[in-house]
Design a protein around this ligand. Structure first.
Ligand SMILES: CC(C)(COP(=O)(O)OP(=O)(O)OC[C@H]1O[C@@H](n2cnc3c(N)ncnc32)[C@H](O)[C@@H]1OP(=O)(O)O)[C@@H](O)C(=O)NCCC(=O)NCCS
Length: 390
């Protein structure tokens, strides 16, 4: 093939059993399950097992994995001083996570081993320690001391407890777990591809995952939930000031933004041409989370805003199929759980590391160097000019 496919769009680069994205039908399959069935029912540990082993765990396998992950939550002694320094410099939480994840090699029992088994051990440590890293950094940024992990709690409940310094309610744990399960894997996305490229050189799991954190940090890779939520707040505020119904304000806001050539955050997707199925799952999770809460109006307003924005986009951009994407309800769920917007991306990483590690194990099994070509468009046969004559 001598043609360049920009962004490798539509190119298959690997076989996987982890997930399948059908953009035309709006379907996401994770480990054989429709995301709608898996995400609200499973614990995160069960989903990780599913991705790694290709089947659900038995009760005793589940307990073993849960206990093993719980036992690996502590950070190496050297990590906290580094996170403290990062907090002093107000680094982005994704940078703090990248720095912290790299230090996990310090607790590696056999750092030079590179068997599949050694890399599986690293995968377990990475998954277990991500919430500790993110929560510790959040506490340090707030001028507090990190909260110790609680080995009695599951992955999601422990993360929330370390973030808040208090036990989380069953509803918030369920909502977080549904979120983590929903976004754990999504075909050959950029950060997953980065992991596979790195480990295809027979590098190791930790190196691959650290590279993926770098890829996930970029705003084109799922960085829209914060702005999507800001938009709902802004429309709410305008409706309060004008006294107009929120639907009216949303329509006006969207018309102005689209006419000015702006993009509406939380809408449109490179692969999905219909409503992102993850928006469906997270919309339902938000509905359950906000039911009977004092701020239930936020959920109702977000639904109204979504409806108006969809119809305004369809009217003003009739040739494009711009539907709600995962970010719109991600914002609502994570905000409803009590997370500040700067923790949305690292919380995404806490989930996606499940997918990265599963892909890395698949790539180790494939053992094929990923090495595409670049089309040279430079000059040939240039004469050499000594430096003093240039
Ligand atoms: C996600 C996204 C980058 C995918 O873009 P894409 O499929 O590559 O689409 P393109 O960038 O080629 O845009 C195609 C057209 O749709 C328009 N469009 C795409 N998303 C839009 C949006 N959210 N709001 C308004 N217009 C949008 C573009 O302006 C363009 O219009 P034009 O042809 O008249 O110039 C894009 O939809 C977007 O920027 N969405 C908002 C950010 C967001 O929610 N990101 C999270 C994704 S999970």
């Amino acid at each position: 093939m001598s043609e360049i496919v920009p962004g490798l769009e539509g190119i298959f680069v690997a076989k996987t059993r982890t997930s399948r994205v059908d953009g035309e039908a709006g379907e996401l399959t994770i480990g054989g399950f429709p995301v709608e069935r898996l995400a609200p029912a499973a614990s995160f540990e069960e989903v990780v097992f599913l991705l790694w082993e290709g089947r659900l765990p038995t009760a005793s396998e589940y307990r073993t994995l849960r206990n093993d992950l719980a036992a690996r939550r502590a950070l190496p002694a050297e990590t906290l001083p580094l996170l403290r320094r990062a907090a002093q410099r107000s680094l982005h939480p994704m940078d703090a996570l990248r720095i912290g994840a790299a230090t996990l090699s310090l607790s590696d029992e056999d750092p030079l081993a590179n068997s599949r088994g050694a890399n599986t051990e690293r995968a377990r440590t990475l998954i277990a320690a991500f919430p500790t890293l993110v929560a510790a950094y959040a506490q340090l940024c707030a001028g507090k001391n990190p909260v110790e992990p609680d080995p009695m709690l599951g992955h999601a409940a422990n993360y929330l407890q370390m973030l808040n310094g208090a036990p989380a309610t069953a509803e918030t744990v369920r909502a977080l777990e549904t979120y983590l399960n929903t976004v754990v894997d999504h075909g050959m996305n950029a950060s997953t591809f980065a992991s596979r490229v790195i480990v295809s050189t027979r590098s190791d799991m930790t190196s691959a995952v650290v590279g993926s954190i770098g890829a996930l940090k970029g705003p084109l890779h799922g960085g829209a939930p914060g702005p999507a939520l800001d938009m709902v707040f802004e429309i709410q505020k305008r409706a309060q000031i004008s006294g107009q119904p929120i639907a009216e304000e949303a329509r006006r806001w969207a018309e102005k933004a689209i006419t000015a050539g702006e993009r509406i955050m939380g809408f449109g997707h490179r692969v999905y041409k219909v409503r992102d199925p993850r928006a469906e799952v997270l919309g339902a999770a938000a509905a359950r989370l906000f039911a009977d809460r004092e701020d239930a109006a936020l959920y109702r307003d977000a639904r109204t805003v979504e409806t108006e924005l969809r119809s305004t986009l369809a009217r003003l951009k009739p040739t494009h199929r711009l539907e709600t994407n995962v970010e719109f309800y991600t914002a609502l769920v994570l905000h409803g759980i009590g997370l500040p917007a700067n923790l949305f991306s690292p919380t995404f990483a806490i989930s996606r590391v499940g997918g990265w590690t599963a892909h890395v194990l698949e790539q180790i099994d494939d053992d094929r160097l990923i090495r595409p070509r670049a089309m040279y468009v430079g000059e040939f046969d240039r004469p050499w000019t000594p430096i003093e004559e240039r």
